[in-house]
Design a protein around this ligand. Structure first.
Ligand code: DGY
Length: 317
């Protein structure tokens, strides 16, 4: 079975894959072009892409050999599922193994935004720091503040647990319906997004990307947020209207924001780059060694199941 891995994966996973299959690795780690991805559809049995690849209908239509798209990552809004389904191509992802890492990063952003850590580091490195003073770079406390979690799946819940048990925050959440995990967190269910936005001091986004959630946080949603509150996004860039976010940060309606994801990565919306009150990270949600290896092993488990003709452990949709 021929497998194409589109980017460098952790060494242990590349080795394990190589021991089991005929694998073509991407030693340069340069993203493949759309034409190269399309050509691969006719040359391999399994395509193993990741979030930086756009597996659209044109790519999927590029050939008839691939029968499994084994995504390295939990999010799959970069894959045209309808086009895959129409060609009888299975799609798998890597859920569960990046929950803690992503929740840790959401807390990193909450803390960095609340305590103005990026501003402080920039000031210090540029030689502008003049020393300690009572009024210098004053941020916000977390204890007693409301964290509004949008999307109460695995990562949303893990973020809420950290915020509540680690930092004494109160939790509210917006989801399709009340969730059993909310009870242990004493978390308040909000049936309306606007209700959640209006009562939260920090809003953290944990919904999948794609059609339903595109621009969920638009100008009207931002206006509904509490004055002086913070927006945190570790989900997908397309969930937020970044021009409207820049306006809300400039006007001071929002005190700050922390972002790890952008609509057209690696481009970062120009309007945000000059703002001091936004923390901008380069899609680091799952970036720790243990998690990245676990993601690869999970992708490998799906490829192995496919090779044996069994059920995929992590089928998508
Ligand atoms: C995913 O798995 O979808 C993440 O965004 C990568 O960290």
């Amino acid at each position: 079975m021929r497998v194409l891995v589109t980017r460098r994966w952790p060494e242990a996973v590349e080795r394990a894959l190589g021991e089991r299959f005929e694998v073509i690795l991407n030693d340069t780690d340069k993203p493949l072009s759309q034409a190269e991805l399309a050509a691969a559809m006719g040359e391999f049995d399994v395509l193993a892409p990741t979030v930086s690849d756009c597996i659209d209908a044109d790519v999927i239509g590029g050939g008839d050999r691939v029968k499994l798209i084994a995504n390295y990552g939990v999010g799959f809004d970069h894959i045209d599922l309808a086009a895959a389904k129409a060609k009888g191509i299975a799609v798998s992802n890597t859920p569960g193994v990046l929950t803690d890492a992503t929740a840790d990063l959401a807390l990193t952003l909450i803390l960095m935004a609340a305590r103005r850590a990026g501003e402080g580091e920039r000031e210090l490195r540029s030689g502008q720091w003049t020393g300690w003073r009572p009024t210098h770079l004053i941020g916000s406390a977390l204890r007693g503040k409301v964290l509004g979690v949008v999307g109460f799946g695995r990562i949303g819940v893990a973020t809420a647990e950290r915020a509540k048990h680690g930092f004494g925050m109160t939790i509210a959440y917006y989801a399709r319906g009340p969730k059993p995990e909310a009870e242990a967190l004493d978390a308040e269910f909000c049936a309306e997004l606007e209700d959640l936005l209006g009562k939260s001091d920090f809003v953290s986004l944990h919904v999948p990307g794609g059609g339903d959630t595109a621009n969920l946080i638009d100008a009207a949603a931002l206006a509904a947020m509490k004055p002086g509150s913070y927006l945190i996004n570790t989900a997908r860039g397309g969930v937020v209207d970044h021009d409207a976010l820049a306006d809300a940060l400039k006007s001071g309606h929002l005190a700050g924001a922390g972002l790890d994801v952008y609509p057209h990565e690696p481009q970062v919306p120009e309007a945000l780059l000059d703002l001091e009150n936004v923390v901008l990270l380069p899609h680091l949600g799952s970036a720790n060694a243990e998690t990245r290896e676990a993601m690869g092993m999970r992708a490998l488990a799906n490829i192995e199941a496919f090779a044996k003709g069994g059920d995929l452990p992590d089928p998508v949709a």
